[in-house]
Design a protein around this ligand. Structure first.
Ligand code: NAI
Length: 420
């Protein structure tokens, strides 16, 4: 078996951590148990380009239990947990190509290794694997062999929808991110909590009393803003969408343009999926000592070149904290090279929320096998029945029961003739 990981000797630690995560993933465990018996993925070859975390390991175990042959590479150079990669190779015999801190060349070499595996399904987080498959550099027979793929995150779905709109997408994609049991929970509660976790682990900062600026008020960023407020920070939101800005106001946040917010901010975190949200003009007026981080998918939200151009000196102060001394003596602290801080400096989302995201991945893979012949080269949502099944299983795992519609209520809700 070919693989490229940091050190197989880390497997024992990784195995324990994967087991710990699994205890909080009851929905995925139930799917795995069914897959063990039914083997719905027999003969399927899955190349996954995902953050190599304990939760991803449990997804890979589930796909393998379903009969699939799998390979895993990283979806970000800084998000790999080397002990998890080791355990997947040593304990699960799943080939992994991922090393935390790998350079760009190695990152793409690892994606190439996943492509060489000749997948029939791709599982992406950010669409780097799909992009490489569509680059024209990959043998046509490999691309033609892919039946369909899944996509985990907002940025990836945006990229893939734009490929579909241009008519260049060569196989169908299921947008796992768009499932309600994914983005309403993973993006909001998962990114919200783990982004703070990353910022706190990197800096050991006291949130209470700090002025914390969140760029965006989408699913991830509203989660972050609300959790930062919960820790006692004074939170300012920046937005470009008038509707979401209005929601932020009515949720009780101050809203202002970034150029004003940077003058007050002690911490700024971008989570927009957009480019250069913090740029030269912002660094020029930023408060001395400001800590800047990103939790959006790509490290494009902070214009790091602009920061470098404005700086006279750069020092690593502690792990994941880079001090930039600007030419006028002010300091700016950049966390985790501007890469998604929850995965760079912490462990990513808690397992309990990834339980639902990865249940969507596993069931979407099964759905693809059943339905791919009827799918066009478009981006599809996750079928509603999968969403409802996952929500019901998660509620059951929480030990929560809910009411059922009575016959009378069902009739009432479906009728236009019944008024008062
Ligand atoms: P979303 O579409 O729900 O929200 C993005 C928000 O940012 C929108 O309200 C938009 O109006 C706003 N925005 C865009 N440009 C802006 C600008 N220049 N200034 C201020 N606001 C701006 O997207 P979602 O789901 O919240 O995802 C955001 C990013 O986070 C994506 O890149 C996504 O892939 C990534 N993500 C990261 C995760 C992590 O683990 N760190 C997990 C899930 C998603």
């Amino acid at each position: 078996m070919n693989y490229d990981i940091q050190d197989p000797a880390l497997a024992e630690v990784g195995k324990q951590r994967i087991y710990w995560a699994d205890r909080f993933m009851p929905v995925l465990s139930q799917i795995r148990e069914r897959f063990e018996i039914e083997k719905p993925l027999t003969g399927v070859r899955i190349a996954a380009c995902l953050h190599v975390t304990t939760e991803t390991a449990n997804l890979m175990r589930t796909l393998k239990a379903g009969g699939a042959e799998t390979v895993l590479c990283a979806s970000n150079p800084l998000s790999t947990q080397d002990d998890v990669a080791a355990s997947l190779v040593v304990d699960c015999q799943i080939p992994v190509f991922a090393i935390k801190g790998e350079d760009t060349e190695t990152y793409y070499r690892h994606i190439d290794a996943a492509i060489d595996f000749q997948p029939t399904i791709t599982m992406d987080d950010g669409a780097d694997l799909v992009s490489k498959l569509h680059s024209g550099e990959v043998e046509a027979s490999i691309v033609d062999g892919v039946l369909a793929g899944t996509e985990e995150t907002t940025t990836g779905v945006i990229r893939l929808k734009s490929m579909a709109a241009e008519g260049v997408l060569k196989y169908p994609i299921v947008a796992v991110n768009d499932a309600q049991t994914k983005h309403l929970f993973d993006n909001r509660y998962g990114t919200g909590q783990s982004t703070l976790d990353g910022i706190i682990r990197a800096t050991n900062l006291l949130m209470a009393g700090s002025t914390f600026v969140v760029a965006g008020y989408g699913w991830c960023s509203r989660g972050l803003a609300n959790r930062a407020r919960g820790l006692g920070a004074e939170v300012i939101v920046t937005e470009v969408n008038p509707l979401t800005a209005l929601e932020a106001i009515m949720d009780g946040f101050r809203v202002m343009p970034m150029i004003e917010a940077v003058k007050e901010a002690e911490v700024i975190c971008t989570v927009t999926g957009n480019i250069h949200v913090i740029r030269g003009e912002h660094f020029e007026v930023m408060k001395d000592g400001c800590i800047v981080a990103n939790s959006g998918h790509f490290n494009v939200e902070i214009d790091i070149s602009a920061l470098e151009n404005l700086s006279q000196e750069q020092t690593t102060i502690r792990e994941f904290v880079e001090e930039y001394t600007l030419k006028d003596g002010r300091k700016v602290y950049l966390l985790g090279q501007g890469r998604l801080i929850n995965l760079a400096a912490a462990e990513g989302h808690p397992a309990s929320v990834m339980d639902m995201s990865f249940a969507n991945q596993a069931l979407s893979a099964e759905h693809i096998i059943q339905r791919h012949q009827k799918m066009e080269n478009q981006v599809y949502g996750v079928p509603q029945d999968i969403d409802r099944t996952i929500a019901s299983l998660k509620l059951k795992a929480f030990g929560v029961e809910i009411d059922q519609l009575t016959e009378e209520q069902e009739t009432y809700l479906n009728s236009w003739t019944m008024g008062t």
